[in-house]
Structure formats: C-alpha cells, structure tokens
Ligand binder design. Structure first.
Ligand SMILES: O=c1[nH]c(=O)c2[nH]c(=O)[nH]c2[nH]1
Length: 320
C-alpha cells in the first residue's frame, strides 16, 4: 500500500502583528499613522514544509524588517492602501520564487487634539488622541505569477465601529413556532460593532526593474487625488453611520442592505460591499417584583447589556 496518502495542498506564511508608528514631519506640522501589519507569502515554498528545506524561506523576521524598511522609504506610507501595495509589490519583486503577497494593514485611530489657539479652536500640530477603537482595514493581494505585470486586488473597510440607538428599531413578523420565546418588539435598543469591507476591480502595477526592486510605480487608481483611498473610505463610514442613525430599522438585515446599496450607488469604483453585524442585545430589566414597570419597549429605561450570545448578521451586496 502506498504511504502517499496526503499532499501539501496549500501553503502560506509570513509575519503577523507587525506594529509600526510612522511620523512624517512637515516642518512643525507632523503627520502620524499607526499600523498593525500582516504580510504573508506564497510561492515555491513547498519544500520548506515537505523536505525541511529552509533555503526557500525568507525568514518571517526579514519580512518584519522589510515592513519597517518600506514604512521608512515609502512616499505612500500615510495612506494604508498605497503602503500595503508598495510592501506587497516589493516582496514579490525582491524574491523571484515568491509569487504572491497578502498584506493586511490595520490602521489605528489617531486624530489631532483640538486646542484653543490665538485664533480660536484649532488642531494641534503634533499631539494626537485615540478617538475611537474602530480601525481602517486594507487587504491587498499581489499576484506576480503571470509575468510582466503585477496584478493587485484591494479590499478595504472598517472594523469595530461600535454604535447604538435607543429607538427606531423594531423586530416583528419573524418565524413563530415551538422554539420561539422572543417577543415581537416595535421599539428596542439596536447596537452593533460594524465590520464593513468593499472591493475594487483588480489593478495592474508595473513590475519594478531588476536594477531597482524598491521602485513602486503607483497605479492611477490610487494615485494622489484618486478616490479609492480618501473619498471611498470617508463615504463608506459616513453612509454607514448616517444610515444606522436615520433608518427606521425593521431588522439588522434590512438596515445592512440599505447601507450597502447606498455605498454601491454612491461609489462607482466599488464592486461589492460586505457587512458583518453582531446584534448586541440589550434586555430591559424586569422590575415587576418591585412593582416597578420597566418592560414596555418604548418606555423601558434600565437595560442589561448581554455580552454573549449575540446575533450575527452578514451579507455581501454586489454591483450588477
Ligand atoms: O434584527 C434582527 N434580526 C434577526 O435575525 C434577529 N433574531 C433575533 O432573535 N433578533 C433579531 N433581530
């Protein structure tokens, strides 16, 4: 009987959670980004698994060092989409046996501290505040397996955008059977931690020359002034928050669908929009035993936040 009962069907490796803060100084005006970077590689690396052959392994420590180096030299470092594309392009260009790079950049929030200056309120030139735990997320897949051009796909979005509304959310008319204990409500608290991502059509990046593998020719789609890395992220965040706030929600599902359709309608470049929305339940506390009314949905005042379980509503909406 053959001992060949299995084979290596998939292999990808690299560094995760590379933390980097980059400062760009423009005189006294400083700009910062803080990123958590994951950079993973695919290519002719099978023998490192199957034959303990480390000669094909770019050490994950080197991948970390390259991440810091590109953060230092990239003129694109302040924009996560461009930084991720530069890093991924460099990884596949520097190492011919590496055919694909998968770079995820998570950007933490740092906004300028508003201070009172001589001319009234103004933003501080070099002091920042973490004004939210939500993150901007960029995922790029860089494919150099097809020769001359490098093709890149970009998915971007937001994670952990925590929101809550105290009315204009209902949930009725759902399946009722012997398993149903949930009451229909025409008024409830709606809270969710929004994960949102959107995709663009793949783009082509010219391959750096052998003489200069660090060179990165920025594709027109994300050149400065293009919409991918400024307008679309701002619009997606604004549409999401506006819709959450103003929609008279029949369900998480219905509100999700509205948000996603609006983003597609307002951003010609966006091909798909996906949301993952946990329904973070807040239960009115029953105080009937004290003779205190707290269960009428539109009048309840004291709620118990439920950490788990939560609902989880997901969907992808695609441009026709
Ligand atoms: O908006 C909701 N969608 C559901 O699918 C659901 N299920 C549930 O118990 N509560 C809710 N709320």
């Amino acid at each position: 009987m053959s001992t060949e009962t299995s084979f290596l069907s998939h292999a990808r490796y690299g560094k995760d959670k590379v933390r980097v803060l980059r400062v760009v100084r423009e005189g006294k005006w400083h700009h910062i980004v803080e990123y958590n970077v994951q950079a993973l590689l695919e290519g002719d690396i099978e023998t490192s698994y199957t034959e303990a052959d480390n000669s094909v392994v770019v050490a994950t420590d080197s991948i970390k060092n390259i991440t810091y180096y590109i953060a230092k030299i990239s003129p694109h470092v302040l924009i996560p989409e461009r930084f991720a594309l530069h890093l991924g392009t460099h990884l596949v260009s520097k190492y011919p046996h590496i055919h694909k790079a998968f770079v995820t950049v998570e950007q933490l929030r740092w906004s300028r501290i508003p201070v009172v200056g001589e001319q009234g309120p103004q933003e501080h030139p070099h002091s920042f505040i973490r004004d939210g735990e939500d993150k901007r997320i960029v995922k790029v897949e860089i494919d150099a397996s097809k020769g001359k051009e490098i093709s890149a796909s970009v998915t971007a979005g937001i994670s952990d955008l925590l929101v809550l509304k105290t009315t204009e959310s209902a949930f009725t008319n759902f399946v009722r059977d012997k398993y149903t204990t949930l009451k229909e409500v025409d008024d409830r608290i709606l809270s969710t931690s929004i994960d949102l991502s959107y995709t663009f059509l793949p783009i082509e990046i010219p391959k750096p020359t052998d003489a200069d593998v660090e060179q990165f020719t920025i594709p027109s789609e994300i050149a400065p002034g293009s919409v991918w890395d400024t307008m679309v992220p701002e619009n997606a965040r604004k549409v999401t928050l506006d819709t959450f706030a103003s929609d008279n929600s029949a369900s998480v599902q219905a509100t999700l669908y509205r948000m996603a359709r609006l983003i597609i309608a307002q951003n010609a470049q966006v091909q798909t929009v996906s949301y993952s929305l946990p329904n973070k339940h807040y239960i009115p506390v029953d105080m009937g035993y004290l003779g205190v009314e707290n269960l009428i949905p539109s009048q309840a005042e004291v709620f118990m936040p439920i950490a788990a379980p939560s609902g989880l509503i997901t969907a992808t909406i695609t441009r026709k």
